[in-house]
Design a protein around this ligand. Structure first.
Ligand code: ADP
Ligand code: MG
Length: 842
């Protein structure tokens, strides 16, 4: 390892200088942020099949010599485009805000102080501080290096880490890649350094090769693929029905002139096609997932990929790190056992084995324990640090070599297994120490053994800690109590059919004791060494019953995830270190820690936990289930509400209704679309979770969005709404076909409008009754606004001069009552089904 090198401290840029340079050099990014173009957005909206149909209809009206109808259509087109554009804009804004939250950050010196800034705001000349776990954001020269090891495989293809040195100390010229330089896109695997930024953005070596890599689009998620399939299917059916309805209309009106006959036929076909296209499906997906992610972000859980939101609800195994996630990672020394009673000696060596500027909570606890015993920092770190044996997960120990005057002292600490193996103890002493350690571990403490060694000259300092012969100083037991909420959360997970698996570098006894405290089913436990000896098949079998993995190193996590996945589980896995990144990527949901996690792990993760808290993971899974439920409900609703519309367009021509008297003219279909879209994207998105979301097993990942049972219910609901609206229309129309069309149509349409509101209440929950949903949602202003909007629109259409424009007539009192009764009857039967189910369960 390299020795520490102290040069004069550089001061970095001032904020003003940085701003100046940003103007000159631009932002540190490979692809500049694209600004949305309103015009292009509108064009995109216009190229949707729905709008093409609308425009065709408007043109037909103009050709027919009915400019008034054409104009009404065009106004509606404008309305729908604005809804579309506003929604698209809102979604984009949400997604960008999420992206900014997840954007990589870096510590720099600005105005003489350390500051966390967006990596994109780095400018040449900035002094940045990089440390283990960082992804280097720009090219720069190294001013100070501290054990700095960088993985440059993304640039050079060399898997071996490169030990970096400070500028001016590189002995050999390593060709193109310099040892006193670090490069954007490479990973710090160990140590830390001060770096002066030289090149940013596209000017970096990475920018020269990596520009095309960065722009790769996200692959469609399973849900997206499913809905695309659904949309295609509906479009195909619509095309067939378009021709059929066109032909029927043609045959129905032999008395019309040829052009009139043709145009009327096309028009009724187009109306049906409009009614059939489920253009809401893709909207539902993007809106629900992005809004869902936004709501999650507000509650400390940041989704990096939208598609993962849908996977959340299917998670069946949750692998979590013990330290920091299940526990608070606020350690305290609560027991010590000094060999031969030399308590002060134990404390001093323990303190000297810590980093002088400790950031590890365990070391902080140790130092403050020393301070409590009168061993000040100045005393502990007063010597000269001449060598460091760094901590690695494999070695599970570390040491410092201090020179004080003429003495050289090696202070070492680590797991008892490793340290005791280096100590010169006889078997009695060893047994005693091991017994003490086991006792502390059984009380849930992390046990650290401390050892020391004195050497005469610097030349005698061993090359590695493993070569030292230590004198045993004693044992330290540190408590890291579990978070308070964890016990309840473990229970929640168990009810929800999610298995919790604990992964830790601590030993099995400590882990088992903590597991007991939090009410985890203390099944068997397996150690990292045992994993090493198992074949993949064996491990796959073992993970069915094992819930505690102890003494593991990050590399084991990959094998654990693989084993669970091979069993068909959907795995969520937490991780914070550089070495956790592959496992996080491989897991179905990789969870990185926002507070203590490394940049690399964050980049590999699907979800960043901003508060590092286990409860937040469980809440996130719950929300994932809620979002998926709501998508299902919304899709079911869209299906249902399209049935009366499509069937009315289909059946009227079959019943030889005159084209002028049809229940739904194009303008009415558009009107309905205008309320359906906001209903599903606003109201269903806001639905709270079902009461039993966390009391049922995780969803089968292969489950279809519309399963036979749900589809059947949707179709049945749709058919009853159709029967009552079309039935009412047809009965009223037939009483006097010559004059009744506007009233009949107004009644049919009103029934669909009102049923729409009731459908939302009824389908808001599968188990709760509508009045309960009503009660639950009573404070939701947005939903009431949407309902009031629907009613207001209906009143406007019926009782103002507008009614003539849309070919409707005002309803009399009795007619209005009939409409209300019919809509209630068409939807509320579902409540009776719920009641029967409810009673049967009891
Ligand atoms: P975890 O993943 O549970 O935090 P780690 O891999 O960090 O576990 O640590 C594993 C073991 O390594 C600990 O139980 C302890 O024995 C030892 N260890 C951890 N940090 C240090 C340290 N700073 N100094 C000495 N030993 C350590
Ligand atoms: Mg740790």
């Amino acid at each position: 390892m390299t020795e520490q090198k102290n040069t004069a401290n550089p001061t970095g840029l001032t904020t003003a200088e940085a701003e100046e340079r940003q103007k000159q050099f631009g932002r540190n990014e490979l692809i500049p942020k694209k600004k949305k173009n309103l015009f292009r957005e509108i064009l995109k909206a216009l190229s949707e099949p729905m709008f093409l149909l609308l425009i065709v209809t408007a043109v037909i009206y103009f050709l027919l010599g009915e400019p008034r109808d054409g104009a009404v259509m065009l106004i509606f087109v404008l309305g729908m485009i604005s809804i579309d554009v506003v929604q698209g804009w809102k979604t984009d804004k949400t997604l960008n805000a999420l992206k900014d939250l997840a954007a990589p950050r870096i510590t720099v010196l600005r105005d003489g102080a350390e500051r966390r800034i967006d990596s994109a705001d780095l400018v040449p000349g900035d002094i940045m501080l990089i440390a283990e776990g960082d992804k280097i954001p720009a090219d720069g020269e190294i001013l100070q290096a501290n054990d700095l090891c960088v993985d440059e495989s993304s640039m050079t293809g060399e898997a071996e880490g490169v030990w970096k040195v400070a500028l001016g100390t590189a002995d050999t010229d390593g060709g193109h890649w310099r040892r006193d330089f670090c490069y954007a896109g490479t990973l710090v695997t160990q140590g830390s350094a001060l770096v002066r930024v030289k090149r940013i953005g596209k000017a970096t070596e990475f920018g020269k090769i990596g520009v095309n890599v960065a722009g790769a689009p996200e692959a469609p998620s399973p849900l997206q693929r499913q809905t695309r399939g659904l949309v295609k299917l509906c479009a195909a059916i619509a095309a067939v029905l378009f021709v059929l309805v066109g032909c029927f209309t043609w045959l129905n009106i032999p008395d019309h002139q040829f052009t009139d006959r043709l145009i009327e036929s096309i028009l009724s076909g187009v109306t049906l096609a409009m009614a059939m296209i489920p253009e809401e499906f893709p909207v539902i997906l993007t809106v629900f997932l992005s809004m869902g992610a936004w709501r999650l972000a507000k509650r400390h859980s940041l989704m990096r990929r939208l598609a993962s939101v849908e996977t959340l609800g299917a998670v069946s195994v949750l692998c979590v790190d013990k330290t920091g996630t299940i526990t608070t990672n606020r350690m305290t020394v609560c027991e010590t056992w000094a060999n031969e009673g030399k308590e002060r000696d134990l404390c001093a060596v323990m303190g000297m084995a810590c980093e002088p500027d400790a950031y590890d909570p365990m070391e902080k606890a140790m130092i403050s324990y020393c301070e409590g015993r009168g061993l000040s920092r100045d005393f502990l770190f007063g010597g000269r640090l001449i060598r460091e044996y760094s901590f690695t997960h494999e070695a599970k120990m570390m040491g410092h070599v201090w020179r004080r005057g003429n003495e050289i002292l090696i202070a070492a600490k680590g797991s008892p297994e490793k340290i005791l193996a280096l100590c010169n103890l006889n078997s009695d002493e060893r047994d005693k120490a091991q017994e003490k350690a086991a006792g502390m571990a059984a009380r849930g403490l992390r046990v650290i053994a401390v050892g020391r060694m004195e050497v005469g000259t610097a030349g005698e300092v061993p090359a590695s800690l493993a070569q030292c012969r230590l004198q045993f100083c004693g044992l330290v037991g540190l408590a890291d109590p579990p978070r308070e909420s964890v016990k309840a959360d473990i229970l929640r997970c168990r009810k929800a059919g999610v298995r919790v698996v604990m992964i830790t570098g601590d030993n099995g006894i400590t882990a088992g004791a903590i597991a007991k405290q939090i009410g985890m089913p203390c099944g068997e436990s397996v150690t990292g060494d045992e994993i090493d000896r198992m074949t993949d098949e064996k491990l796959q079998k073992r993970v069915r019953s094992v819930s505690i993995f102890s003494r593991v190193v990050p590399e084991h996590k990959m094998r654990i995830v693989k084993a669970f996945k091979a069993n068909g589980e959907i795995v969520a896995m937490t991780g914070d270190g550089v070495n956790d990144a592959p496992a996080l990527k491989y897991a179905d949901i990789g969870i990185a820690m926002g507070k203590r996690g490394s940049e690399v792990s964050r980049e590999a993760a699907d979800l960043i936990l901003l508060d590092d808290n286990f409860s937040t993971i469980v809440d996130t899974i719950r929300d994932g289930r809620r979002i998926y439920d709501n998508i299902k409900k919304a899709v079911g609703y869209v299906f249902t509400i399209h049935i009366p519309i499509a069937f009315s367009c289909l059946l009227a021509p079959l019943l030889k209704v005159n084209p002028a008297n049809l229940m739904l003219l194009p303008v009415h279909v558009v009107l309905l679309e205008l309320i359906i879209d906001p209903t599903c994207s606003i109201i269903f998105e806001r639905q709270p979770a079902e009461q039993n979301v966390m009391e049922r097993d995780p969803r089968d990942p292969k489950e279809k969005l519309m399963r036979a049972k749900g589809l059947f219910r949707s179709i049945l609901q749709g058919l009853t709404v159709f029967a009552s609206s079309f039935g009412t229309y047809y009965t009223v129309l037939m009483a006097d076909p010559a004059v009744n069309a506007p009233v009949a149509r107004a009644m049919g349409l009103s029934i669909i409008f009102l049923s729409n509101i009731l459908l939302v209440l009824v389908n808001s929950s599968q188990t709760n009754f509508a009045f309960q949903s009503f009660h639950r949602l009573i404070k939701d202003k947005v939903m009431w606004a949407a309902f009031a909007g629907t009613i207001f629109m209906l009143v406007l259409l019926l009782y103002t001069p507008l009614s003539a424009f849309v070919k409707l007539a005002p309803l009399t009192g009795p007619e209005a009552i009939a409409v209300i009764v019919m809509s209630a009857a068409s939807v509320l039967w579902v409540e009776i089904v719920k009641l029967v189910k409810h009673l049967r369960k009891k």
